[in-house]
Unconditional design. Sequence first.
Length: 557
Amino acid sequence: MDRIWLKSYPPGVPAQIDTSIYPSLVELLEESFKTYRKRQAFLCMGKGLSYAQLDAYSLKLAAWLQSRGLQAGARVALMMPNMLQYPIALAAVLRAGYVVVNVNPLYTPRELEHQLKDSGAEAIVILENFACTLEKVLANTSIKHVIVTAMGDLLGIKGPLVNLIVRRVKKLVPAWSLPGHVRFNHALAQADSAHFKRPAIGPDDIAFLQYTGGTTGVAKGATLLHRNIVANVIQSDLWLQPARTKKPDIGQFICVIALPLYHVFALTAGGLLTIRTGGMGVLIPNPRDIPGLIKSLKGIRFTTFPGVNTLYNALLNNPEFKTLDFSNLIAASGGGMAVQEAVAARWVEATGAPLLEGYGLSETSPVVSCTPANSTRFSGTIGLPMPSTDVSIRDDEGNEVPLGQPGEICIRGPQVMAGYWNRPDETAKAMTADGFLKSGDVGVMAENGEIRIVDRKKDMILVSGFNVYPNEVEDVVAQHPGVFEVAAVGMPDGNSGETVKLFVVRKDPALTEADLIAFCKERLTGYKRPRTVEFRTELPKTTVGKILRRELRDGKA
């Protein structure tokens, strides 16, 4: 195919990448551990973690995991917000030859149980704040080894005080009981890195199971191989080079990691890219606490800031944000949801740095395309395909459409997943015969190669960068005895991009909006919960009885 976008590449960005220098993600990590030993790798709540410490701690934890008898390729779940323990556990699991299963710590028991059972995870590293959720489902899973950590475990002398405040003052740790669990710090103390056995890890070994929704409403694990992640880290690194040349004397790059590392965008564009470049990641445990986030950045001359539109908007609306030091900021990368032009304009005005817009999927590790890093204007597009990436705009029959015509965005490249975990049928549906991943998004490609999103083929709802699949929400709501029929759709929202709205036909005339919202609160994590409910006497359907969500969303029914 004709890669017309290459003519629009900034100087210095290659058309192709070479991933052969790293047989696995482990080699990429260990190269940085060795090269940047004396540098700070991460900073959280004022406490730093050097590359040397990240190396030593992760090797100890890897040895501990191996001592439990886990076999190569075993799945290990990580259920934590952004904290120093996360990159240690991440590196440990990978170095031990296991597979990382990222878990949203705010999941309900129902959501957690599905992910642990589907992945077959045998071990989990979890923050104690969420241990009560695990307790409710543990017996139904294959988990044999539980490592529990506390917020203050690696925060030095202030750690005990932090734990006291979290547990006793803020009461953020509900009572829990997990017999046989091991404390994070005890695992490190018990482990002897001399007993670590280096496994043979190749490019086609699995590094992550990154869970995403599906048209069936059942979360599926995108199987991301070591070579997929290595490719996307290198692609992202090369893409940012033109921005780096603007300020060549910065020294160590500092990345604000406010998006949760269990989200694939923050994982690659924040955590792993930071390690690759020898940078320092500023970990923000709770990005919803905007005053706390701003306070954490006081006195820090950060360089890059991956985020989502809602986060940038919230920061810009806080008067303290403009007091931060933006002198080293080269770019912010907006992903997960559309960047609004008004927010992009205000960001540039406030910080002096461009707000780039990218596009990706869990299935693509995740970055597919991005605005060129030397851009000075807001284009409203998702930019150009990354190096070594092909994007084809196709119709429903799989034929490429002419430039300027809408079609499904299909992606082929080294960052595209191997398939869905244990779901060959779903994998077959997602892939074309010539190796392209069908995104489910409808886009248009311009003559310069820029891509614009115009619609979604799927009924997926995008809430602050997180995918919400209507079938999952509907399956939950339909379990309420007072519901006869239900449809979940996404409605535009100035803050989160979209919110979930329910259209419901009652079985019980006494059923209220408050009843349903309370019901969902017990079964769905926050971003999946409906914000409004509209009751109808009937829902629009096709001749075969399929509910027409689009008509409800567009107000045509």
